[in-house]
Design a protein around this ligand. Structure first.
Ligand code: ZN
Ligand code: FE
Length: 253
């Protein structure tokens, strides 16, 4: 039985995600950017919240944990770093599994944006919740981890099946596309960027993306072939990635 995903905007540019395991009727909330919006959506859907799944400790991801747990009684699952701001009922790390009814989520270590960041992957439905690790045409800023750690995390996500639907936690895609076009002139990227600008013009979300699309057009995953465009010609993959990340950090456009 499938997993249903309900996506809605929260705060300035976050997405909220509610998922339901159709076999059991149990629901989970992936991160808690805005408790009011999440509880409102839950009420509209009439879903019973069993779990909160956190990807990392940042307040726009775990800041609503306490209020949502108080309102629903859901158990909170996440990486240890979340305890910096709120208690966890279960601590998980890469390689662990989390069950929501009959749906199995594999926990994938995806540190770099924060040290303990994790992603959740449901292999039967090919759905991944990647927090602030991989974005449509982008990747998270390196607030705590190293380029080496983030590159390894991105490689783990890029190795998922091509048709995996990737739910990123922010709508950053139009600005990511402007940066991507500044370092890459691949025709597939140009076509995708046009589609993204048009979608945003219409007010449509660009999330979810897919692993296949990101592998083909994401400048961070394509860092090794873009090395000469970012001053890292002849360098290894991690250094090429670090150079793309550094270029994006100062990009204004
Ligand atoms: Zn974050
Ligand atoms: Fe975030």
């Amino acid at each position: 039985m499938p997993l249903t995903v309900h996506q809605f905007p929260c705060l300035e540019d976050n997405y909220g995600f509610l998922v339901r395991d159709e076999a059991s009727g149990l629901a989970a909330c992936v991160d808690t950017p805005e408790s009011g919006a999440i509880l409102r959506e839950l009420g509209k859907l009439g879903w019973k919240l069993a779990l909160i799944l956190n990807t990392h400790w940042h307040p726009d991801h775990a800041g609503g944990n306490a209020e949502i747990q108080a309102a629903t009684g859901a158990r909170i699952v996440g990486p240890k770093e979340v305890t910096r701001i709120a208690p966890l009922d279960r601590e998980v790390k890469g390689g662990d599994e989390v069950m929501l009814g009959e749906t199995r989520f594999q926990v994938i270590e995806s540190g770099g944006h924060t040290l303990g960041h994790i992603a959740y992957f449901d292999p039967d439905d090919r759905v991944a919740f990647v927090g602030d690790t991989l974005f449509a045409l982008g990747c998270g800023r390196l607030f705590e981890g190293t380029a080496e750690q983030m590159w390894a995390s991105l490689q783990r996500l890029a190795a998922l099946p091509e048709d995996t639907r990737v739910y990123c936690a922010h709508e950053y895609t139009a600005s990511n596309a402007r940066f991507a076009l500044s370092v890459d002139d691949d025709p597939a990227l140009k076509a995708r960027a046009e589609a993204i600008f048009a979608a945003r013009e219409r007010g449509e979300p660009t999330v979810p993306t897919t692993i296949g699309l990101e592998r083909a057009t994401n400048p961070f995953l394509r860092a090794p072939v873009l090395a000469d465009r970012v001053g890292a010609a002849g360098e290894n993959d991690v250094k090429a990635f670090a150079a793309v990340r550094a270029a994006k950090d100062v990009f204004r456009g």
